[in-house]
Design a protein around this ligand. Structure first.
Ligand SMILES: C[S@@+](CC[C@H](N)C(=O)[O-])C[C@H]1O[C@@H](n2cnc3c(N)ncnc32)[C@H](O)[C@@H]1O
Length: 459
């Protein structure tokens, strides 16, 4: 890993991600702009005053080379983005290109045992899920979590709105591979404990009676290997006991099976052995940031949300990365839970907020590393930017002759003014043509090509 624990980068996350070593991170949580068509700023006078980010997207916000790179590396992903453009328009296309080029890098830096959570909302969650499927693999999709982020619905939505109040965000959870682990356990509340573990034994330990599960139920069919005599008891059903003789004896030794004086058997499930209930995928029990937590940073998320994710999806000392860290909620939660962390945010305000919050909320002084440079990977860097990538983006995947969309691999680089007419190799003299148009143009000029295509009725 080429980055130290407790580092916060003030830079565009694409450049930082490209400088990070492959498979070096255990958990990624990202809360990027949602394509909400709004611009955000923290209120003047709040701790976050000065922080702002825009969330409106046009093609001028994305580098042409990114289109080409995606079309080159992941043709299916490019097709998915193209489909979103057809159904939703160029704003969505630009947003998805911005996201996809970064998610490709996140996939690279995530360990094979790692997990990733993409926080978004219904504006783009349906498109982002396709992007995530293409990049992380549809088999690695694990959950779509709905987080109820506000108790009330949007202001004024009651009578005037044409849709239901929007008070939930979506978190798309993917694993890097099948070997990634998750522990979605939830501790029971006091009331739940008393209700579920009704009885207290002679040593004061809470348990519930699970005697119904000593014997198999008749519907389980004949299981001769589980039909045996144990301490004078014989199961009357052909489906036998629930457990093997050895396991039954083991449970008896542990005190989990009791033989009462009246000859009745009791199986006990103790609270001390209980692994916890599992969370479902509707999270309506995590309120928005508390008054004490609030920094004024627009779109700040609650620490409790991040703690739930980090606890379930990583181990102590694991590396947690938040590439859109804002006011450092993930960094604070990771620090509290004994994980290593790296935060990235383009806003200079983020660094101050990380320091301030870690001092205030974790009592950590002066240990945060602030970097504005781009890290250097220990491995060899691929060639991200080629003229062909840039041209593909500039032409939006269309051949400059017949104006038809072609996959990246079917495009050829052509000199607009042919070299035999003094044309140079500079990018402004280059264009992409499909194979057929390139052979039609041959060593002729662009005007000659267009004239031929018109003659053939193609244009
Ligand atoms: C929705 S906010 C994140 C809020 C954060 N989860 C929190 O609890 O404070 C999105 C953040 O992404 C940052 N951002 C937007 N584009 C970025 C980029 N290309 N590189 C790094 N950060 C970026 C913005 O400055 C903003 O702080």
């Amino acid at each position: 890993m080429n980055i130290k624990n407790r580092t916060i980068f003030e830079n565009d996350n694409l450049f930082v991600l490209r400088g990070m070593d492959s498979e070096s991170v255990d958990l990624i949580y990202l809360d990027p702009p949602f394509n909400s068509n709004r611009n955000y700023a923290a209120p003047i006078g709040s701790q976050a005053a000065g922080a702002a980010f825009k969330d409106t997207w046009t093609l001028s916000d994305v580098d042409n080379a990114w289109h080409g790179e995606i079309a080159d590396r992941e043709p299916a992903l490019y097709q998915a983005i193209h489909t979103a453009e057809l159904t939703h328009g160029k704003g969505m296309k630009s947003y998805l290109i911005m996201m996809a080029i970064r998610l490709l890098e996140m996939k690279r830096v995530l360990k094979k045992t790692g997990n990733i959570y993409l926080h978004c909302d219904p504006t783009a969650s349906h498109y982002l899920k396709i992007i995530m499927d293409s990049i992380f693999g549809r088999n690695n999709f694990r959950s779509e979590i709905t987080w109820k982020r506000a108790t009330s619905t949007q202001k004024g939505s009651q009578h005037r709105s044409t849709r239901w109040g929007n008070n939930a965000d979506i978190l798309l959870y993917y694993a890097a591979s099948r070997s990634a682990e998750l522990r979605p356990e939830r501790e029971l509340t006091e009331a739940e404990i008393v209700k579920k573990f009704k009885h207290v034994d002679e040593k004061g330990q809470r348990y519930y009676n699970d005697s119904a599960h000593i014997w198999s139920s008749p519907g389980m069919g004949d299981r001769p290997n589980l039909c045996y005599e144990w301490r004078g008891f014989v199961n009357p059903h052909p489906s036998g006991w629930r457990l093997s003789k050895e396991r039954l004896e083991e449970e008896y030794e542990k005190g989990n099976i009791v033989i009462h004086a009246d000859g009745k058997l009791e199986r006990r499930k103790y609270l001390k052995d209980y692994k916890g209930a599992s969370y479902g995928n509707i999270w309506d029990d995590v309120p928005p940031p508390t008054r004490e937590e609030r920094t004024g940073y627009p779109t700040q998320k609650p620490i409790a949300l991040l703690e739930r994710i980090i606890k379930a999806s990583s181990n102590k000392a694991d590396v947690v990365l938040d590439p859109f860290c804002g006011c450092a909620t993930t960094c604070v939660a990771a620090e509290r839970l004994g994980r290593q962390w790296i935060g990235i945010d383009i806003s200079e305000k983020a660094v101050d907020l990380v320091r301030m919050r870690l001092e205030r909320e974790v009592g950590l002084f002066g240990t945060v590393i602030h970097r504005t440079d781009i890290p250097k990977r220990s491995e060899k860097l691929p060639n991200y930017r080629t003229h062909k990538h840039t041209l593909y983006g500039k032409q939006e995947g269309l051949c400059n002759g017949c104006q038809t969309q072609f996959p990246f691999r079917n495009m050829t680089v052509d000199h607009i003014i042919p070299r035999n007419h003094g044309g140079t190799d500079a990018i402004d003299n280059l264009q992409l043509l499909c194979g057929a148009c390139n052979s039609t143009k041959s060593t002729g000029t662009q005007a000659e090509l267009l004239a031929k295509l018109q003659e053939q009725g193609i244009l």
